[in-house]
Design a binder for this molecule. Structure first.
Ligand SMILES: [Zn+2]
Length: 89
């Protein structure tokens, strides 16, 4: 990865950071990303650590969706179990 990417957004590689941009070491962003993404994005030397406003908003949106999903998880599980035999058979 070229070092010029260091000035880009870590998530979308964009250069428009907007007024709510942050970094991947921001604690609230880390908390949200841990719930949203299966892999944890860590700060790595040579990689950008900036996150643009649009990506912050995206992570927030996914986080909110994920929180709602968690509440409904048992219902969704029941639904999946009921439908599974039909799909397999
Ligand atoms: Zn971005």
């Amino acid at each position: 990865i070229p070092t010029s990417y260091i000035a880009n957004c870590r998530l979308c590689l964009g250069t428009e950071f907007g007024n709510r941009c942050t970094t991947i070491i921001d604690e609230s962003l880390i908390t949200m990303m841990k719930q949203v993404f299966p892999i944890v994005i860590v700060n790595q030397i040579g990689l950008p650590m900036n996150v643009c406003t649009e990506c912050v908003k995206t992570v927030e949106a996914f986080y909110m969706f994920s929180s709602q999903k968690r509440k409904m998880k048992s219902e969704v599980n029941n639904l999946t179990h009921c439908q599974l035999p039909k799909i397999v058979g």
